[in-house]
Design a binder for this molecule. Structure first.
Ligand SMILES: *Cc1c(COP(=O)(O)O)cnc(C)c1O
Length: 415
């Protein structure tokens, strides 16, 4: 920590000189790692403008433009995802935070129905809540559950099928004290749970269904892939990212919830100094008070694409994924393990060791970048197409890089 001030120009120059080489070039068309989205230019520009304004999005009095845009975007998203009329949205940092919000709302509602006010009485001595999730639930689902005071031993992790989908016939009996967490987009395979079957059953008994739709809920925004999310409208809360499939800048998650009262009470915020008016107060719909006005870039991204552009962009991810899977499967030595329902492809080679060496060579070839993962005990390469910038040509030359890598590994293993 320096004791003396430095000039702003010097600081920025230094950051650029030393920082830039240590960044990852993930906004181009050949970054297939994790499920990291690209960035739509209008969204980036809106973020920059918003940065210069440096608004505190907490309340309407601290930034009148924020609740206006949040109200508009809440309505747009409700339409894009065809969610129930009563649905409200909170704008938070990412899906990790949205899952905490959704499960907190579920916990509030379930206990309130039994005359137990969690805000006053806390969890100790509270009526039991049953939590059910697929055994491949994302790590952030488990984190949210533990953060909210439910231990993992209290969660029923249900077996999944060969695509990672929860097996409906193995879900224990649901009741009105159940929180059931389903996945729209398995993080490895991109598969979707059977919402039609499961959500209706949950509805009948009053169980709360929370959807982890970090990247997959966006399938609902395309005509040709919306079928994957059929029945999802019967859930109670939905977690989704802007910064993955929608290609907003980072730090953009949306919690949607059809029970406004439960959401707002769960994220309860009260203080005499807060001036609330009848219009939207963003702080009520998320866990924070002061926060960045991330709605600027979400609004700009949606407006820049329009529903037509969103449909086209996301369906493009699917087409590029199919192309990647098809072209790789034609090369002897690569096998695709999943059905490419959406934008994720799981690739293996003959052995775990070959997978590791191929992945390493591909990463060092610097034509594209992909990450490894574990799938049913095997080392795999996971390809996620998540950027508007990815073209068919990008896939073609990336496949060439995979082909070269495999050939090198095979040739060297004969030595
Ligand atoms: C990325 C992801 C998350 C976590 O989202 P963040 O935006 O990284 O907090 C949760 N669930 C799934 C399925 C994901 O892909």
């Amino acid at each position: 920590m320096p004791t003396q001030p430095s000039s702003a120009v010097e600081i920025i120059e230094k950051l650029h000189r030393y920082g830039a080489p240590a960044t990852i070039s993930q906004i181009g068309g050949r970054y297939f790692g994790f499920v990291n989205g690209g960035i739509v230019p209008a969204g980036l520009a809106a973020k920059l403008l918003g940065s210069f304004w440096d608004q505190n999005a907490a309340m309407s009095i601290t930034s009148p433009v924020v609740p206006r845009l949040e109200t508009i975007v809440q309505k747009w998203l409700k339409n894009i995802f065809s969610l129930p009329d009563s649905t409200v949205a909170g704008f938070v940092s990412g899906t990790s935070a949205t899952i905490v919000c959704g499960i907190a709302a579920a916990r509030y509602r379930i206990l309130k129905r039994q005359n137990w006010d969690i805000n006053k009485k806390g969890l100790i001595g509270a009526p039991p809540i049953k939590i059910i999730a697929g055994e491949q639930a994302h790590s952030t689902v488990v984190k949210a559950i533990t953060l909210l005071g439910f231990g993992t031993e209290n969660v029923d992790f249900v077996k999944v099928d060969d695509q990672g989908r929860i097996r409906p016939e193995l879900i224990p009996d649901l009741d009105s004290n159940t929180i059931l967490i389903l996945a729209a987009g398995n993080v490895n395979s991109g598969a979707f749970d059977d919402f039609s079957k499961i959500c209706k059953k949950a509805n009948e008994v009053g169980a709360w269904v929370h959807i982890d739709g970090a990247f997959g809920l966006w399938a609902r925004a395309t005509k040709k892939l919306a079928y994957l999310t059929e029945g999802i409208e019967y859930a109670n809360s939905w977690a989704v990212d802007g910064h993955k499939t929608l290609n907003t800048p980072y730090d953009c998650g949306i919690i949607s919830c059809s029970d406004e009262n439960a959401l707002v009470n769960a994220l309860h915020l009260a203080g005499d100094y807060l001036t609330l008016n009848k219009n939207r107060e963003g702080a009520l719909y998320g866990p924070e008070l002061s926060r960045r006005a991330r709605i600027f870039e979400l609004w700009a991204t949606l407006k820049s694409l329009g529903t037509f552009g969103i449909d086209q962009m996301i369906y493009g991810f699917h087409e590029r994924s199919k192309q990647f899977a098809n072209e790789l499967s034609k090369i002897e030595g690569f096998t695709i393990l999943n059905n490419v329902y959406f934008n994720q492809t799981i690739v293996i080679c003959e052995t775990d060791q070959i997978v590791e060496r191929v992945l390493n060579l591909v990463q060092n070839d610097k034509v594209c970048w992909a990450s490894g993962s574990l799938w049913n005990g095997r080392k795999v390469i996971r390809l996620s197409i998540c950027s508007w910038a990815t073209t068919a040509e990008d896939i073609r030359i990336s496949v060439d890089s995979f082909r070269r890598a495999l050939l090198l590994v095979k040739n060297s293993s004969f030595l």
